[in-house]
Each structure stands twice: as C-alpha cells, then as structure tokens.
Design a protein around this ligand. Structure first.
Ligand code: GSH
Length: 259
C-alpha cells in the first residue's frame, strides 16, 4: 500500500494528491501537523528533508513533489500527465517548474502571513481532521512558531507579503493568457503543467469542494486574500480546471476516495 504523508493544506501536497487521484492509485493519506511533523519526516527521509509531501511505497520513502510525480508517471503511465510529444513534455515541465519554484514559494508568503494573523484559523486549516481539542492546543503553539515559519518561508516583512500577491497576479495572468486558446497550458489536453499551476494558484483561489477549500467561515485576513484575486480571469481558469479534472475530493483525514 502506498502512503502519503501530507500537510492537509499545501500546494505541493495537493500536486501529489491530485496525481494519485487522477491516476486512480489506491493509497492512504496521513495528515501531519506543520511543526510537530518535523522529527517524523526527518526520520523517514534519513534527515534529507523535513518537507512534505513524502510518499512511501514498499517501505521506500520518496520526497520532492516533482520526483514523486515522475515516479507515479513511470509506475502508472495511464492516464498520462506528461505529453507523449517531447517538445510538449519539455514545455509542460518548464511551466510546472516555474510555478513550483517561483510563483508557489512567493505566493505562499502572503498566504502564511494572513493565516498566522489568526492562530485559531491557522489551526483549523492545517488541523482539519484532528479533533477540536487538538486544534485548540495547536492554535496555542502558532504564535510561538511564527518566527520560525517566517524565517523558513522568507517572510521578511511587508514587501515580501506584497510580492506574494504580485506572484499570484503574475501566475493568474499567465494561465489566463496561455490557456485562452485551448483551455490548457500545453496543447489541448490536461497535463502536469495545468495540475501544477492550478495547485499553486489554489492557494489564492480556494476552489470549492476540493482538498484546497478552506474551512468556512474564513478568517477575515484570509477571506480578504481570496477576495483580492477572486475575480481575476485566471481564477476562473483555476476553478474550471478543478471542476473538470480534480474529481474533487474533500477528504480531510487521509481516507482516499480514489481507491
Ligand atoms: N520542493 C518541495 C517543496 C515542499 C514544501 O515546501 N513543503 C512544505 C509545505 S507546502 C513543507 O512541508 N514545509 C515544512 C518543512 O519544510 O519542514 C516539493 O516540491 O515537494
């Protein structure tokens, strides 16, 4: 059995969940809480990383979402996420890499900064599936962990947060323009590029009835972030891709609805 160790709310984890669901790979999901996750993930990866997602197959851990998607593509080639055409495959990988390494980390700063302003909501978002008591206890740790979260994610001040919004604007503008002709970022089918871009932009779009939908009602700072980007044509694209290709699952505690 494949196990995914995940953060409930994370675009890199969403990439892997989406690929597993898209390819209908039976698996189990175990949600770990940011912070307390560290010793467990470090032990599992032999100290290589503390970051999620980590996928365990036959006792072997795999980390880095792109490496996990490559492994899934090799093990479960259909339906494909990588185009058969070499030029299109390279284009899809390049678009995915831009969203992975630029738009995602920059945008995440604005998201985390908004969430950290409301520790109880932070705990509700990341602790979905855990009991109310566990969430309340977790919320108490958020202000203590905030300096570490800021440091680890490059949230150096207001300029970094503003740049996060700029990153979302850049990403939304890119998908709106690039997908205008066919609805997809590469060619005329759903690929790794669409999956990755939509997973990253889900942070500011909040696609409904999906694992990236936030608990309701949203806390005010976070609602403002979503509101700020909601009417962008790129946000329509994200919602459309989710509706057509995510086969929206709302699992919160690790049960795979794809099995
Ligand atoms: N490049 C990595 C990024 C993963 C990542 O940034 N994961 C974050 C959650 S969004 C995480 O687990 N952070 C906690 C940590 O690094 O300890 C990937 O693609 O998997």
């Amino acid at each position: 059995m494949i196990e995914l160790l995940q953060f409930r709310y994370s675009p890199y984890n969403e990439k892997v969940r989406w690929a597993l669901d898209f390819k209908r790979v039976p698996h189990r999901r175990t949600a770990v809480l940011p912070g307390p996750h560290m010793p467990r993930i470090k032990k599992l990866t032999g100290g290589a990383t503390s970051a999620t997602p980590v996928l365990v197959h036959d006792g072997q851990p795999l980390w880095e979402s792109t490496a996990i998607l490559d492994w899934l593509e090799a093990q479960h080639p259909t339906p494909p996420l990588v185009p058969a055409d070499a030029a299109q495959a390279a284009e899809a990988r390049a678009i995915a890499a831009r969203f992975d390494t630029d738009i995602g980390p920059r945008g995440r700063r604005a998201v985390l900064a908004a969430l950290m302003r409301t520790p109880r909501y932070f705990a509700a978002v990341f602790g979905a599936g855990h009991g109310a008591l566990a969430q309340a206890a977790y919320a108490l740790t958020v202000p203590l962990a905030a300096p570490m979260v800021r440091k680890g994610n490059g949230i150096t001040g207001e300029a970094a947060i503003a740049d996060g919004h700029t990153a979302f604007d850049e990403g939304l503008a890119y998908v709106a323009q690039c997908a205008a002709a066919t609805g997809y970022l590469v060619g005329s089918t759903f690929t790794l590029a669409d999956l990755t871009a939509a997973s990253m932009l889900a942070m500011c779009v909040d696609p409904p009835a999906s694992p990236m939908a936030r608990p309701q009602p949203m806390a005010a700072p976070f609602a403002a972030l979503v509101q700020r980007h909601a009417r962008h044509p790129g946000a329509d694209w994200v919602r459309g891709i989710y509706a057509r290709h995510r086969h929206a699952l709302t699992d919160f505690n690790g049960e795979s609805a794809a099995a």
